[in-house]
Design a protein around this ligand. Structure first.
Ligand code: SF4
Length: 371
């Protein structure tokens, strides 16, 4: 903790004691105007007192709130200071002058924020906000892979723990995965790269490049749930809609979509093309948040909620700030190694616009590392 003088905890009431009065209404009406299409008038009097308290408290605490695209719209749009995908959040937070970061997202994202801002206090509203992908692999697994394949580079998706990043050679995001795989192959002078832990992202990347890819049996429990039948049903019910998928979806789902790319690429597509109707095959809240930015687009919402993301609530954010609780720590040695893997990715040339995946290219069968 730094030497800032902060309001004693007792000056702020329990979350349940906050009320929707005229002052709160006056201070939050402009925020409701922003989210009125995705938050009901019944919900707002419950959300507004917490939103108002969080926004005042974060100024007192010298805090910045990072809100991931999968946060519910009242968090993403009404208390988030920096919004976007996990890496953008951590990168921008590192440059922010506030010395407290509240991560409205899951645990690996808070770790990434801590890795890139080791001198700052990083809080997460709920320590149990995990991730099926991040928990599919451990640092020991990566060390075993490294021992079995010493001549191949290990590219690791950012949706992993600090320890997993630490024992990898370079990180990637769903946006730059193809670029990173090709750069790693060129740098190591090999035609095969290990891309872990998401087997579907790995196969979808393999469809876009001549580099052979070995992977791990991890998956995002949200995107894995979508089936080709879901897409066929949506297409039949909404023939006028554009269907966009995330590359964490299985390849046979992605092959049926009109467009595939990272959350950033999907949001950019909707903004630039302004389709009449859009279907985002990803986490539910993403559609709500893209809808706020694009009021002229009609969204069909085939919903798969991420139970881990949904552990983050306004009440949890308020209590984290009020009590300065749930601080995230990363072992400094692990943080240094993980930062090097992130930096190796950041050192690659920046892509001007988020690239998309060609959904017409067939993905090969999965080839797994054997350890
Ligand atoms: S949406 Fe998937 S990858 Fe993201 S936190 Fe949830 S389980 Fe993990």
């Amino acid at each position: 903790m730094d030497g800032m003088i902060r309001t004693p905890i007792s000056d702020w009431p329990e979350a349940d004691a906050l009320v929707y009065d005229d002052g709160v209404k006056a201070r939050t009406d402009h925020l409701y105007a922003r989210v009125k299409d995705v938050v009901t008038p019944m919900e707002w009097p419950v959300f507004a007192p917490l939103i108002d308290a969080i926004n005042r408290l974060k100024t007192e605490r010298g805090a910045v709130i990072l809100a991931h695209n999968y946060m519910t719209p009242e968090i993403f749009n009404c208390v988030g200071d920096i919004t976007g995908d996990s890496l953008k959040l951590a990168q921008v937070a590192a440059e922010a002058e506030e010395d407290v970061i509240v991560q409205a997202g899951v645990h690996f994202m808070a770790e990434t924020a801590k890795i890139l801002s080791p001198e700052k206090t990083v809080l997460i509203p709920d320590m149990k906000a995990g991730c099926s992908l991040a928990s599919s692999i451990t640092g020991a697994d990566v060390r075993a892979i490294k021992a079995a394949y010493p001549d191949l580079p290990i590219v690791t998706y950012v949706n992993t723990s600090a320890e997993v990043k630490a024992y990898s050679d370079i990180c990637c995001t769903s946006s730059n995965a193809v670029q990173v795989v090709e750069a790693a192959a060129a740098q190591w002078g090999v035609d095969t790269v290990i891309l872990i832990p998401d087997q579907y992202l790995a196969r979808n990347v393999a469809a876009q490049t001549d580099i052979k890819i070995l992977t791990w049996k991890g998956a995002c429990e949200v995107h894995e749930e979508f089936t080709p039948g879901d897409i066929d049903e949506l297409r039949a019910a909404h023939p006028d809609a554009v269907i966009l998928t995330h590359p964490e979806c299985p390849p046979d789902v992605m092959a049926r979509a009109d467009f595939a790319g990272s959350t950033g690429a999907m949001a950019a597509y909707v903004k630039e093309r302004a389709p009449k109707k859009a279907i985002l095959i990803t986490e539910c809240s993403m559609s709500d948040n893209v809808a706020v930015e694009n009021p002229g687009v009609q969204f069909v919402r085939p919903c798969n909620l991420c139970p881990h993301m949904k552990r983050i609530t306004l009440k949890g954010i308020y209590e984290a700030l009020r009590d300065m609780q749930h601080e995230v720590h990363v072992d400094p040695e692990i943080a240094d190694l993980a930062r090097a893997s992130l930096q190796a990715m950041l050192d690659l040339p920046r892509l001007a616009t988020p690239p998309h995946f060609d959904t017409g290219k067939a993905a090969p069968a999965a080839a797994y590392v054997s350890v």
